[in-house]
Ligand binder design. Structure first.
Ligand SMILES: O=C(O)c1cc(C(=O)O)c2c(n1)C(=O)C(=O)c1cc(C(=O)O)[nH]c1-2
Ligand SMILES: [Ca+2]
Length: 681
């Protein structure tokens, strides 16, 4: 709370101006960065051009700010009048003077760190919202919290969860418009039922709620859209017991022109449709874009991108609203690149399909017909093990894309990350208490993973022409899971990379113009803004998220850090911290007969989701058990059952695993390392 020039009174006066009109007016200048996607259309296209292709090489560091977390940093900072608001893991909020990088305040909502396991993909936060003097943060434990923007003091705090039995979390950024704060939640991997809720931004009172999938059909449906959706599910599957999924865990986009909110819905729970809805069906409104009335939350239209989802093909990826000319007609469209690998152009006035084209290799469908139905390949739903391309991390995940109207191009952080999926014949998870907390991930999905795909994963920055549905240029990355993108009127594209760099490209050609180390992998997208007539660029780096838990592409493990650059900046980088030197695990005693069963436990109990394959993966922001000290694995019983690392998010597995499982896990861990050891020499 020291050393800042910004006074609470002046912050209060300035930030209280931020409302829907302010956000709309800012699109003319892009002076500030008031919403997570910059504007309501979420273009992440800034009109600022002080920094441009001619001078971007002169960008230098102005300040850095340590976010004091080794978990994934996914939020784009908000900046208004030189005050920056950044969310960090465990939903901690920081307010910073954007000129100097000095802290003004920070707020920790006190999320119970031992509940990290309730979410699938790291205890991340994808950002904040600002409205009339308040900062809104959605906490990992399901609360929506309003803070005084000037002081960080809590104004109200609302539990958004419909129950605490199911494994719900929140990682997404709230959106605010017309005095309403809107938020979804996460949990489709654990048997949750998705919904989105609007609250009064002043009081926190609930205004409306819309569920994404139907509930128990023996009870009254919440609205007509649920009754219609129920017809697309097999009632004998008792889908509602396991929630059905559809959790809207990231994109919610407000359209001031049409007064609609577009919700991107999540995957089915369990993933395997045969177990979720045995007779098939589209299972509305999974993996869809749904338009709701912004005032009432009433359903208006939907377009389902992946009917009858079977592969974790969420449609939660960030959307961009654009008005573009197609075949000589100006169309109001949504641009969308969901996990399933197709780039969609949808008419947002009515939800009608305009076009779809795959932007990377896919093997589940050959394309879309004129009605917007995918033309599926049968092997993708077969009984045989199947190399799913894209895999569950998607051809594009939550890392935001951007759209530059000057080049007409969308900049997509795309990737190739296949996973072998083997259908599970029975739904063995939680037979006693379906879909309840502690739901064990692997068996929850109706698939077993084979973690070593035949083809090598990679990342790719794609410049995509949405009108002609074709690639214009690409940059290949050595690793998947690169950062979101920012594009500017300076004809630039900025992207952080998995291998720890922040890079500027010529937006028209993809020529690399500037490239700087970040000391850790970068997954979030950057923001740009003006303070005192000077353009700044800020990116919050910090490796993590679903792929980042168990994998990495850099030797460096710096804590989450905000870097701010401007022309001529000369600040020094913090010292980079390396991952610890790695020796493969040795000397844990085991019976080789236990390895096979140990592998099953390791996958079903979801050890694999965070720790990866022992000795094969190298560990990301969570340690790989093939590279820990012998004493750690010898002592596994204590770690698994007594929870000494609970405050770091390692669950206590008492009541979930059995005593006898420990020796099997030890056999799998040491046995796997021993099997690969010669190759690693
Ligand atoms: O179904 C869900 O509710 C849900 C939630 C989340 C999340 O909360 O982060 C992710 C996913 N699914 C998911 O499928 C996914 O690939 C993913 C990646 C990440 C991330 O932050 O890196 N989160 C999530
Ligand atoms: Ca999911």
């Amino acid at each position: 709370q020291t050393g800042t020039d910004a006074k609470p009174d002046s912050i209060k006066a300035n930030i209280s101006r931020v409302d829907s009109d302010f956000i709309k007016a800012n699109t003319k200048s892009s002076w500030d960065w008031p919403t997570v996607g910059l504007d309501y259309a979420e273009t992440r296209f800034s009109k600022l051009n002080q920094i441009n292709t001619d001078n971007v090489g002169k960008l230098g560091l102005v300040w850095s700010y340590n976010l004091e977390s080794s978990r994934g940093i996914e939020a784009t900072p908000l900046v208004v009048d030189g005050i920056m608001y950044q969310s960090a893991p465990w939903s901690v909020v920081h307010a910073i003077d954007a000129r100097t990088g000095k802290k003004i305040w920070s707020f920790d909502p006190g999320v119970d760190r031992s509940k990290g396991y309730r979410g699938c993909c790291d205890a991340v936060s994808r950002g904040l919202a600002l409205y009339k003097g308040k900062v809104f943060v959605a906490a990992y434990d399901g609360r929506l919290i309003a803070l005084d923007a000037a002081t960080g003091v809590r104004v109200w705090d609302k539990d958004t969860l419909i129950d605490h039995e199911h494994s719900y979390t929140i990682t997404g950024a709230p959106r605010v418009f017309k005095g309403k704060v809107v938020i979804g939640q996460s949990g489709a991997e654990y048997g949750a039922r998705g919904y989105i809720t609007a609250y009064d931004s002043e009081t926190g009172n609930q205004l409306w709620r819309w569920f994404t999938v139907p509930g128990d059909p023996s009870k009254p449906f919440e609205d007509a859209s649920m009754a219609a959706a129920a017809k697309t599910w097999d009632p004998s599957g008792k889908y509602w017991i396991n929630g059905g999924g559809g959790t809207p865990w990231d994109t919610i986009t407000f359209d001031p022109d049409l007064n609609m909110v577009y919700v991107g819905t999540g995957n089915g729970g369990p993933w395997n449709r045969k177990l979720r809805s045995p007779s098939g069906g589209d299972n509305l409104y999974l993996a869809s874009i749904v338009a709701l009335n912004a005032d009432t939350g009433k359903y208006i239209w939907h377009y389902q991108e992946t009917p009858g989802d079977n592969w974790d093909y969420t449609s939660t990826q960030p959307m961009i609203l654009a008005d573009i000319e197609i075949d000589g007609v100006l169309r109001k469209v949504i641009l969308h690149a969901p996990k399933n690998g197709f780039f969609f152009v949808i008419d947002r006035t009515n939800g009608k399909f305009i076009s779809a084209k795959n932007f990377v290799d896919v093997n589940w469908a050959t394309g879309y017909d004129a009605n917007g139905r995918p033309i599926e390949l049968p092997a993708a739903r077969g009984e045989e093990p199947y190399e799913s391309i894209p895999g569950p991390d998607g051809a594009h995940n939550w890392q935001p894309m951007s759209f530059n109207p000057q080049t007409g191009l969308v900049y997509i952080p795309a990737q190739h990350l296949p996973v072998n999926l083997t259908p599970e014949k029975s739904f063995k998870q939680n037979a006693a208490a379906p879909g309840k907390v502690g739901g064990i991930l692997g068996a929850n999905l109706g698939f077993a993973f084979n973690p070593s795909p035949k083809s090598t994963p990679f990342g790719r920055l794609l410049a995509w022409d949405p009108v002609h549905q074709k690639e214009v240029w690409r940059v290949e990355h050595v690793s998947p899971w690169n950062g979101g993108t920012l594009t500017t009127a300076g004809n630039l594209v900025f992207q952080g990379t998995a291998d720890g760099r922040f890079v500027a490209y010529d937006a028209a050609t993809g020529t690399r113009l500037w490239d700087i180390s970040t000391g850790t992998g970068a997954v979030a997208a950057a923001a740009t803004y003006m303070v005192d007539d000077k353009q700044y660029i800020s990116i919050a780096v910090g490796w993590g998220g679903s792929y980042g838990l168990a994998h990495r592409a850099t030797e460096y493990q710096n804590p989450g850090t905000i870097y701010t650059y401007a022309l001529g900046g000369t600040a020094k980088l913090p010292e980079f911290v390396k991952y610890q030197t790695e020796a493969l695990l040795q000397g844990v005693k085991y019976d080789p007969k236990d390895i096979r069963e140990g592998a099953d436990i390791y996958v079903t109990a979801a050890c694999i989701a965070c720790h990866g394959v022992p000795g094969v993966d190298r560990g990301g922001n969570i340690v790989n058990l093939g590279y820990v000290g012998t004493d750690v694995i010898t002592n596994l019983r204590n770690i698994v059952f007594h929870g000494p690392f609970r405050d770091q998010g390692m669950p206590d597995f008492s009541g979930k695993l059995k005593e006898g499982d420990i020796a099997k896990l030890q056999a799998f861990i040491q046995g796997t390392v021993d099997a690969i050891r010669p190759k690693s020499r």
